[in-house]
Design a protein around this ligand. Structure first.
Ligand SMILES: *Cc1c(COP(=O)(O)O)cnc(C)c1O
Length: 480
């Protein structure tokens, strides 16, 4: 045998280990499956938060091989059991994610087949699933069929795509950046500020519109600000509303803002990353009236549809505005391009190669139907009401009646000032960790938030939360 062949075969005997045989595959998957079942079974008794600060340092890369058991043990001890347990129903902080099981199975399948879903040509089926999901969402939010969309890694990248389209539609370039104006709520999610900077709009004028006592945009203030800016020769081009803010879950007056945007030729963007899918509930649909007026919309299935992290979506009515920055034709792509084909996801996103994201949503929707998702959303809203009623009974003060499933509360103690007390209280709650809550500051007031969106959050968890909060409150008072 010639030398070159010998070298190749020598390497092959090593590289072959990247393809475990069927027995090895079965062994691996049964161990992973065993761990997955143990993890899920233990969730009911697991803490939602471990405040241990020590950084894990057992992950160095070298050529030492590990057994699957050792990998899983390390994973359990250093990853799954530290920080926030985001799979736990006791996660009531920030905006909880989900992690439904059937979605993980879809990810497994997708990774095995490794289909490339950036272009229709390479995986017509996978891309069609993405289009069907986007069509479903267009329908839910009252967008026309001609709208374009994309499944992204999350709300932040979805926002980046939407705001880039707004920028390009209104031709905001070096000659007019300094006098162009964006209108936002002071409660807007910080991914909006990130997107604005990333797309080169750091120097535009950002106006914070006044909010009412429910932390919602006051439409008359928006009109006044736009008119004043117009009189001064500025270039208002974008207004952003939220359908569910992070701090308080407030839904801005979407209809009014949409009408103002349209009368003033502004791009209208709605951030529905957290709240959007509550529109699926007949009982709460009316709160979203006017969302169909948006030019672009962001929604996060990894929040409101309880998927594991890694799925956001954007819808945009103006296809050309999205194509301006994202649609390219390179010679090396010539086999894949045919303009009569359905839209290529890579033409709607900065990503060329992307994970096959659609199956992780499509498969659960097929296996479970839509109804349990809606029931789960409605359950979260009722649990929020229940939580608030129980907090009142143990002496807490409550923020205003929420639109959805985020609310806040605080305790007033005679022994010390309010903010100091509630800061101590959240520390105490984090030390306990059975249930995880987070805090925020609203108009200078330190408050504790509840965000009920994890699909595993059930009635008994709220009862436990009440017990934990009551215990922590008593401890903070007696320590003073
Ligand atoms: C979570 C969230 C975002 C950001 O989405 P990611 O998926 O975390 O990137 C934007 N807006 C709101 C209201 C959110 O809750």
């Amino acid at each position: 045998m010639n030398n070159l062949k010998q070298q190749i075969l020598a390497l092959q005997s090593i590289s072959n280990t990247l393809e475990p045989n069927e027995n090895q595959r079965n062994e691996y998957i049964s161990k992973v499956n065993l761990y997955a079942n143990q993890f899920i079974n233990s969730l009911d008794n697991a803490k939602a938060f471990s405040s241990e600060r020590e950084a894990p340092n057992a992950f160095t890369i070298d050529n030492e091989k590990m057994k699957m058991e050792a990998v899983l043990k390390l994973y359990d001890e250093e990853v799954a059991c530290k920080g926030i347990n985001a799979a736990s129903g006791g996660h009531l902080g920030y905006i909880p994610g989900g992690g439904i099981y059937t979605s993980a199975l879809a990810d497994y399948l997708v990774d095995i087949t490794n289909a490339y879903t950036g272009m229709y040509f390479s995986c017509p089926g996978g891309v069609t699933i993405e289009h069907e999901l986007l069509n479903w969402m267009k329908n839910i939010f009252g967008f026309p069929k001609s709208a374009i969309g994309n499944l992204t890694s999350g709300g932040s990248i979805a926002t980046l795509i939407a705001l880039t389209a707004a920028r390009d539609k209104h031709a905001i370039k070096s000659n007019n950046i300094l006098n162009s104006v964006i209108y936002v709520s002071p409660q807007v999610h910080h991914c909006i500020n990130k997107a604005i900077r990333i797309i080169g709009l750091e120097d535009v004028i950002i106006r914070h519109v006044e909010l009412d006592e429910y932390s919602k945009i006051i439409p008359s203030d928006l009109i006044q600000k736009i008119e004043k800016d117009r009189e001064e020769g500025l270039n208002p081009f974008l207004v952003i509303a939220s359908a569910g803010t992070t701090d308080t879950g407030a839904i801005d007056p979407l209809q009014n803002i949409g009408e103002i945007a349209s009368a003033n030729n502004l791009w209208y963007h709605v951030d529905a990353a957290y709240g959007g899918f509550f529109i699926l509930s007949e009982a709460h649909k009316h709160k979203f009236k006017g969302i169909e007026l948006a030019d672009s919309l962001v929604v996060d299935p990894h929040k409101g549809l309880f998927l594991p992290y890694g799925l956001g979506a954007v819808l945009v009515k103006d296809k050309e505005a999205v194509y301006h920055s994202n649609h390219y034709r390179a010679n090396y792509m010539q086999d894949a391009i045919n303009d009569d084909m359905p839209v290529n996801p890579a033409d709607v996103s900065p990503e060329l190669t992307k994970p096959f994201r659609s199956l992780r949503l499509w498969m659960p929707l097929q296996l479970h139907g839509i109804e349990p998702f809606v029931a789960c959303l409605e359950e979260k809203i009722l649990l929020t009401q229940y939580f608030r009623e129980e907090l009142l009974k143990i002496g807490f003060k409550l923020g205003p009646e929420p639109d959805l499933s985020v609310s806040y509360f605080w305790y007033t103690s005679k022994k010390t000032n309010e903010n100091a007390f509630n800061e101590k209280l959240i520390q105490e709650l984090h030390n306990d960790g059975e249930i995880f809550l987070s805090s925020t500051i609203l108009k200078g007031k330190f408050v504790i938030r509840m965000a009920i969106l994890a699909f595993r959050t059930k009635l008994h968890i709220i009862d436990n939360a009440i017990l934990m909060i009551d215990k922590a409150r008593k401890k903070v008072e007696s320590d003073l």
